[in-house]
Structures are given as C-alpha cells and as structure tokens.
Design a protein around this ligand. Structure first.
Ligand code: BGP
Length: 473
C-alpha cells in the first residue's frame, strides 16, 4: 500500500540564474564565466546565449503570479554570485542583493517557499582571471564569504539552501569534456578543482552552522543510478565501478569527508590525485549536509570496457535522436543503451523506476533525508493556433516520477520535496531554447527573442491538481 506524501511535502519547481534571468550586464552585475564562454564560437547550440534568456530579471513578478496560480509550494532558484559581488570578492552590489530580496519577498507574499541555490555554475569571471577560479584554494575563502553575505541577508526568510549545484557536472564538463567553462580537458586539473569545490562546499556549510542560520543546507548532486547491462560478472563489476566513480566519489565526500578508497588509489596510480593538505579532511568532515539534494533525469547502464576501450564521447546537443556516442573509462566501465527504456529526442532514457531505485540506494547508504531538486522532461513543444501546448508526454513523465517518489516514501525513504525542472521554459546550457522543460511556455527561440510571452501548458494544470491533492493524479 502506498503511504501518502507528508503534509509539508514541498511540491516545487526549479531554475538557475543564467538560464532565466537575462539582464547579464544590468543592475551592476559583473560577468560570469558563462557570459564569456557562450561568446566563444561553436561552444553552444547555434551560439545561443543567456543574455536575455526569458528575462525573469524584469518579469519575476509575472512569473511568481503564475507560480501562485499553480499553487506551487516552493521555488528553487539560484543567485548569480557576480550579481552580488561583481568582482567575486570585495565590493558588494546592493542592487543585486535587492533583486533577490524582492524575488524572495514576492514569493513569501504568495506563500511560496524560496529554495536558494548558492552556486549554479556561474563563477565570476574576475575570479577565473585572477586565479583560475576553482583551480585555486583561494576560491574556498571567496565562496565562503559570498555564502556568508547571502546567509546574513536572507536568514529567517529562506529555510532550504543548496550549496553547489551538480558539482559532478560542472567539474567534469569544465575540466574533462571541455563543454563547460573553462573548457579544458586535463584530469589533474579537474581533480584539483574538484577537491577545492568539496572544501568550499564544506566550508560554506560550516559557516552556515556557526552563524546559526535557521534551516537546512545541502548540495544538489546529479545522480544517475547505475545498472549492469546483464548478469555477466564483468558487467556487474563495471556497473559497480561506475557507481563508485560517478556517484560515491562525490557523495561519500559530502557525507563522510573521505574519498572512496578504490577511486583514490586509482587516481594516485594515474598521477591525478588531488593534494590533501593538513586540515582538509577535518574541514570536509565538518561539512556534512542536512539533506542530499538529488537531480534525477535518468539511469546509466554499464558494461565491461577493456583497457584499450572507449573513453570520452560526444553528447547529443542537437535533439537528433541517436547521435550520442559511446563513452566510458577504459578498464573500468562504459555506458550501454538499456533495451528496456525509451529515449527522448536528446537520447535521455526515461526511467521512473530508476528514481525509486536511486532513492533507496541513497537513503540506505547515507541515511539522510532526500530532496529531489530537479527532475523533468526536455522536449520540443508546439504552441497551437489556439495558444495551447498539449504536452501530455510531459504529464506522463512527471506523473510516473511523482509516483516513484511516493513508492520510495512507502519504502521508508525520508523525502523533503520534489522540484521539477523547470517552471518556465529556459535556456538549456548546450541545447539552446528548443529543448523545453517548463510548465510555462516562453515564446522565443535561439535567434529571436520574440515577445517572451508566457503560455500555460497542459502540464501546468496537471501539476496544479497534483499539488492540491498532495499526490499524483
Ligand atoms: C541539470 C542542470 C540544469 C538543467 C538540467 C537539464 O544538469 O542542473 O541547469 O540544465 O540539467 O539539462 P539540459 O538543459 O542539458 O537538458
């Protein structure tokens, strides 16, 4: 029998500053690494930028009114570090703080809980130029100071805080796949930057506790639970390797302050291990989060990969089905298509049961409450002549994932809430504006901002009913 959702379950939706705000050079904001990266030819789909995005910076009241109409309980958004500290540290831009204060007050006036992400990939360009951003230990102090400023300003108003969004994604894409800023491919640099991000995360959580900020704090991790392609022992081992390298490698550090031994030994053998200085482990151990934020989109299915097997492969960023390349770590594992799962046009496998499996694994490994901070379906949507959007595929996707959460709750997993990705349509980092996720359609495409008018999709009304009933219908 299914247990009901808790009475205070946070039915929410999420976004990130760079993907919605626009106003990239307005209101005293300094440039972030993304503002620069999108200007390098060939880096994003059709050279799309977030310069204007969906202009949430100017239209936030209209967007909050739509959230209120839907009955949303929580809205997760990120603060752009360089809107608050244009140089990354030092002089504070009061106008930037006021923008977020206005947004938070507007949400609270409509009984919507603000869930604040401190970092969703947009480190100030000034810090990248000064000392190489995440590659320098200086980032730990600068991130902590920025976090402290924000904690002090918004404490009491914000109850749930997210430190870093998808450290595993911004680090691996930034320093290995070279598809995110700074766009390099160098494992030694990657693991150093990653170690500093771990320390910055722990240091911000420590500061949060020392300041006595009321509420809960944790990172949001991009979790894709791993399956073996079949029961051949070499393939089962490959899936175990993948889970260890792609998930435990990050979440063990968040929770326990230590890297998994097998991975760290491998890093040492490769000559890629980060320098762990005296005091690092103590700091990491002081940064255990109150909850694990999980962004769940899909599972990964794995198979044996020989030592001369596949390495990095290209992603599908065009929406042409079947263009994702095989990839893996030679000698450890590779990804394989799961014959039981359907795929989106961007080759993302649809797997609601995988969410239940992932929630069970995380709850039993770490014994912390879980907050799903992202989950959703990126697809082409069509505005009809009657100004409607019939996204029944998205309703089906979300309904099945909400049900998987309810099943996990019934299994005993402690859940804080569920934020869908996303509330309005927004910029998909590498896929432009044609890959849409929102409940609210925004009329724009890659080249043309059009009028940025908002239209409610069918899924908007479905989620409204689901929230009102406190459960999927
Ligand atoms: C997550 C990010 C989001 C969002 C989402 C969808 O990794 O945290 O910012 O973009 O994925 O991804 P995409 O836009 O690539 O489809």
């Amino acid at each position: 029998r299914l247990s009901p959702f808790p009475a205070d379950f946070l039915w929410g939706s999420a976004s990130a500053a760079y993907q919605v705000e626009g106003a990239w050079d307005q209101g005293g904001k300094g440039p972030s690494v993304w503002d620069n990266f999108v200007r390098i030819p060939g880096k994003t789909f059709k050279e799309t930028t977030g310069d204007v995005a969906v202009d949430h910076y100017h239209k936030y009241k209209e967007d909050v009114a739509l959230m209120a109409e839907q009955g949303l309980k929580a809205y997760r958004f990120s603060i752009a570090w360089s809107r608050i500290l244009p140089e990354g540290s030092g002089a504070v831009n009061e106008e930037g703080l006021r923008f977020y204060e206005n947004l938070i007050d507007e949400l609270l006036a409509h009984q919507i809980e603000p869930v604040v992400t401190l970092y969703h990939w947009d480190i100030p360009q000034a810090l990248q130029d000064q000392y190489g951003g995440w590659e320098s230990r200086q980032v730990i102090a600068d991130f902590t100071n920025y976090a402290t400023l924000v904690f002090n300003r918004f404490k009491g108003k914000v109850k749930h805080w997210v430190t870093l969004n998808e450290q595993n994604v911004f680090i691996s894409h930034g320093y290995m796949l070279a598809t995110h800023p700074p766009g390099v491919s160098d494992p030694k640099r990657m693991y150093a930057a990653n170690h500093h991000a771990n320390l910055a995360n722990a240091s911000a959580i420590k500061a949060f506790r020392e300041l006595g900020v009321p509420g809960k704090i944790g990172p949001s991790f991009a979790y894709g639970p791993n399956y073996a392609i079949d029961s051949k022992p070499e393939n089962v081992l490959a899936a175990l390797n993948a889970e260890e390298y792609n998930a435990n490698f990050w979440m063990d550090v968040y929770m326990w302050g230590e890297y998994p031994k097998a991975v760290f030994t491998w890093l040492e053998e490769q000559g890629w291990a980060p320098d762990i200085l005296p005091g690092d482990t103590e700091l990491l151990k002081q940064g255990a989060p109150d909850f694990m934020g999980l962004n769940y989109y899909q599972t990964a299915t794995n198979a044996f990969n020989p030592i001369d097997g596949v390495g990095l492969g290209k992603m599908n960023t065009t929406g042409e089905k079947g263009t994702t390349e095989e990839q893996g770590i030679p000698g450890l594992f590779k990804n394989a298509a799961n014959p039981y799962l359907e795929k989106t046009n961007w080759d993302w496998e649809i797997d609601p049961t995988g969410l239940r499996i992932g929630l069970r694994r995380i709850a039993s490994r770490y014994r912390v409450p879980v907050f799903i901070t992202e989950n959703g379906l990126g697809e082409y949507d069509k505005l009809t002549a009657e100004s409607e959007i019939h996204d029944d595929y998205r309703i089906d996707y979300l309904r099945r994932h909400a049900l998987a959460i309810q099943e996990a709750i019934s299994d005993g997993v402690e859940m804080i809430g569920y934020c869908t990705w996303s509330f309005t349509d927004l910029l998909s980092w590498l896929n432009g504006y044609q890959k849409r996720y929102g409940f609210v359609f925004v009329d724009r495409d890659e080249a043309d901002e059009k009028d940025l008018k908002r239209y409610k999709k069918d899924s908007f009304y479905w989620y409204k009913k689901t929230i009102a009933a406190n459960g999927a219908n």
